[in-house]
Unconditional design. Sequence first.
Length: 266
Amino acid sequence: MKPIAIKRLLDEELKNDPFITSYDREKEVYRIVDKETKKGITVSLSPLSDKFKKDEKQALDEVLHYIREGVAALTAKVRIKGNESRIFPVIRPTSFTEETADGDRLVTKEHTAESRVYYALDLGKTYVLMSEAHLAEEGVTEKHVEEAALFNLRSLKHTVKTDMVAGNTFYFINTNDGYDASRILNDSLLREMDEKTEGQLTVSIPHQDVLIFGDMRNERGYDVLAQMAFSFYAKGTSPITALPFMYDDGELEPVFILAQRKPKDK
């Protein structure tokens, strides 16, 4: 579906929302602004064409959810003190912005060459990424936010689904709570998975709503891993990276560098 057609669908669905919308034909981007606060988000429509062609209703529902919750997050009042139990880390690609629309620096921490950690205040149906301005307003330090986020992350429940392909075992965490990929920051979880693997442990965060562990026992496993990570990356609404990582002694190393290494013995 062409971007202009997607634009028309969005116009129709959002006509009763308190938004001002505009469309840049040259860049094929759709701008949505809250009428009262004048804050808004921009959605690039050309990357959505294939999704709308495959399943128009599902794609439309996903984009509308993203728009409404995104604008709500921008206009929400951030209260950190007293709400520490609602602070969580989220993973984004390094290409993701490091500033708010108002130019405030977001609170971040380096993760890998492909990913970066941000910190979110969970508002229920959505969350808002915290900026240095938010922390300054309430006299909260970045260390305080990071410690609260990691503590809350470790308290999240999850189930693990297992699949075996070509003699290699894959484990999936997909709770859709918004923090599946964030669980890669849970050191105890990674150590637990490393202890149960017989070969080389790999970790993948193709998009926000999935964390994939792999027990690589033969070279065929790496081919499956690469295809799987790319497939999830292409389908995710909040993609992070199609590059899987190997886990060794608490460190994450890109698979493309080490793909020829044989699985370790345990």
